[in-house]
Design a protein around this ligand. Structure first.
Ligand code: TYM
Length: 334
């Protein structure tokens, strides 16, 4: 890894282990994490420190972390190629987050739409961590001098904040942090709810038919797509106002690689029933090997432990260099 960093660009991304992983997470982020592994030096994490900004039940939280680790290995993250660790195992994240908190403005944080959404949703627990969450996310990324951050569109604002904080810090102290670029896919960056396609697909949605998870059975996936909300035009075409069909086309395109023009051609003169079946089947086939491999990993806790411990050890050393550099620049005594 250390030798390669000189040649290959560095990729960093993370996901919160806060329950089941959705098709949105998969198409918006994880599918790209997997495909970037050969070309880049990839570093991925389960952002468990971020997860406690919303109250967690301890036993369930512990289980969610192991489940998420197995699921992401099952998606194709290969610990021989990439680092894949649990954020709280690498102490530099919380440390740099504190420093960056002191270089992030109240006004900037107040503008974050995720904070506004989450504080409305959890009105009884608008804690300081929820507010300063983007500074921790900036620390995650900047610790590794990441060039690229593969994320869904909903994280774009946090990435912009990360860039601003990095530039501000570099402006004061010289080149300490690499200023990262977001990597947002053309299709799949914003997978919408199957029940209300004007809203983002989210695992916290009360209506389970609105999202597909990596662990849904083929029957459940088909049922959810057949029930997906569309419109009354009965023409498969991408157009303004056709949010449901646009969403299904985006999912189908992200999974199959077909362009929108090709999809429109293939489904010319055919109804929504056919199209929904095709999208459902494509998703079932995409996720079938993931579910199968998940069973293998979740049954082998010691293998997973070996993987995340080894990755965390390397990540700790690598990130310590950035943390030390930042602290020296600020003027801490060494
Ligand atoms: P999280 O856990 O909410 O989501 C993980 C990834 O999935 C993407 N995503 C989606 N993409 C398309 N359509 C959707 N409906 C959809 N829902 C979620 C997200 O954009 C994300 O890429 N703060 C981050 C986790 C994080 C992080 C980081 C990410 C912590 N530190 C450093 C990048 C770099 C989050 O809560 O993602």
């Amino acid at each position: 890894m250390e030798q390669q960093t000189e040649k290959k660009k560095i990729v960093f991304s993370a996901i919160q282990p806060s329950g089941t992983i959705t098709l949105g997470n998969y198409l918006g982020a994880i599918k790209n994490w997997v495909s970037m592994q050969d070309e880049f030096n990839c570093i991925y994490a389960l952002a468990d420190l971020h997860t406690i900004t919303v109250r967690q039940e301890p036993a369930k939280f512990r289980k969610n972390v192991t489940d998420a680790y197995a699921s992401i290995l099952a998606c194709g993250i290969d610990p021989e190629k990439s680092l894949f660790f649990i954020q709280s195992h690498v102490t530099t994240h919380a440390q740099l987050a504190w420093l960056l908190n002191c270089y992030t403005q109240f006004g900037e944080l107040s503008r974050m739409t995720q904070f506004k959404d989450k504080s409305a949703k959890h009105a009884d627990n608008v804690n300081a961590g929820l507010f300063t969450y983007p500074a921790l996310m900036a620390a995650d990324i900047l610790l590794y001098q990441a060039d690229m951050v593969p994320v869904g569109a909903d994280q774009k604002q946090h990435l912009e904040l990360t860039r601003n904080v990095a530039e501000r810090f570099n402006g004061l102290y010289g080149n300490v942090f690499k200023v990262p670029e977001p990597f947002i896919p053309k299709n799949g960056a914003r997978v919408m709810s199957l029940q209300d396609p004007t809203r983002k697909m989210s695992k916290s949605d009360e209506n389970v038919n609105s999202f597909v998870t990596l662990m849904d059975s083929p029957e459940v996936i088909m049922k959810k797509f057949k029930r997906a909300v569309t419109d009354s035009e009965a023409v498969v075409r991408y157009a303004e106002g056709k949010d449901g069909i646009n969403n299904l086309m985006g999912i189908y395109s992200a999974v199959t690689g077909l362009s929108f023009e090709q999809i429109e051609k293939d489904f010319e003169g055919r109804g929504y029933g056919d199209f929904k079946t095709a999208v459902g089947e494509a998703v079932v086939e995409e996720l079938r090997p993931v579910r199968e491999r998940y069973e293998k990993y979740i049954a082998d806790k010691s293998y997973m432990q070996e993987c995340y411990k080894k990755s965390a050890e390397i990540a700790q050393k690598f990130s310590q260099r950035t943390l030390d550099k930042a602290m020296k620049k600020i003027g801490f005594v060494f």
